[in-house]
Ligand binder design. Structure first.
Ligand code: ADP
Ligand code: MG
Length: 290
């Protein structure tokens, strides 16, 4: 039979917007010694916006933005929405043969040219020379910006810098978890430079960056193989396998349905600080059981 304490615990959680889907999650949460947070949409607001556009060669920033928006019209990635929004008012050409390149970016045919847009890994794969804007890109990453490269006809057209503000309680969440003896890590498909900068401002020293969507669960498994009990907090479709793999998966309430379905606990207020509440509640509940 379910002990009364567990019923009270899950009930108290629900009243505070922390939905434990099963009793074992409440018990397992007491054992967690590492919490892994997804970056975009979990530690950050997930509302990226363009803060800078830098053109290479003869191109103008508007030209870079026009081409970038043309590719992104085929995408529903949060970065795509930011670029399309910023290109409002410009004449955006039509794109053909759009192809999403998961965890890297996208490609399309625009005005007769094969166009690639995305991260450094994609540009390296496509042998696009980045030298002209390499210093600018590094500087932007060092400031915590996500850098999206735009290339057409085999050469770099420019870069788009995107910012996504941390959630207001993210830093306090990290501090409190550490105080409670829990290690904190960040897991992201974004590049290491950007990820480390944002992690540093939040007090996180364990950063798993440049992780392709299909590799997120394996990263959790690696930590478990080292003997850790791992909690994972995420919001995206990308995060679902990692949420399932984790000892306890926590979904941000405003996140995607897939993440919510894959999680053991749903943070209805989409506030990462509720992780602290969830762990405190589980510890208090288990004390009452023994
Ligand atoms: P995250 O883990 O931050 O959700 P993703 O795995 O979706 O990231 O993507 C990883 C990286 O690939 C992004 O940080 C970005 O640099 C690049 N990328 C992926 N899709 C796009 C896109 N549609 N437009 C621009 N960049 C993209
Ligand atoms: Mg996310």
């Amino acid at each position: 039979a379910t002990p009364m304490a567990v019923m009270v615990g899950t009930g108290l959680g629900a009243m505070n917007g922390i939905l434990f889907k099963n009793a074992s999650a409440l018990e397992d949460a007491t054992k967690l010694d590492v919490i892994v947070f997804d970056k975009t949409g979990t530690l950050t607001m997930g509302q990226p916006r363009v803060v800078d556009v830098i053109a290479a060669g003869q191109a103008s920033p508007d030209e870079v933005l026009r081409i970038a928006a043309a590719v992104e019209h085929g995408s529903d990635h949060p970065l795509a929405l930011a670029i399309i929004e910023r290109a409002e008012g410009l004449t955006v050409p039509d794109a053909q043969s759009f192809l999403n390149l998961e965890g890297k970016g996208a490609r399309a045919e625009i005005e007769g040219q094969t166009t690639f847009l995305g991260n450094r890994r994609l540009m390296d794969e496509e042998k696009i020379g980045l030298d002209e804007l390499a210093d600018a890109a590094e500087q932007l990453k060092g400031a915590g910006r996500t850098v999206v490269h735009v290339a057409g006809g085999g050469r770099l057209l420019g870069i788009v810098a995107i910012a996504d503000a941390p959630r207001p309680t993210a830093q306090a969440t990290v501090a409190k978890l550490r105080e409670r003896g829990v290690q904190v890590a960040m897991l992201t498909g974004d590049n290491a430079g950007t990820a480390k900068r944002i992690a540093a401002t939040l007090g996180i020293d364990m950063v798993l960056a440049d992780v392709l969507p299909g590799q997120k669960a394996a990263k959790i498994q690696e930590l478990q193989a080292q003997g850790h009990k791992v909690g994972m907090v995420g919001d995206g479709v990308n995060d679902a396998p990692a949420l399932t793999q984790a000892d306890v998966g926590f979904a941000i309430g405003a996140g995607t349905d897939v993440a919510i379905e894959s999680a053991d606990v749903v943070l209805m207020k989409s506030d990462p600080y509720d992780i602290v509440g969830a762990i405190e509640l589980s510890r208090a509940t288990l004390r009452k059981m023994h």
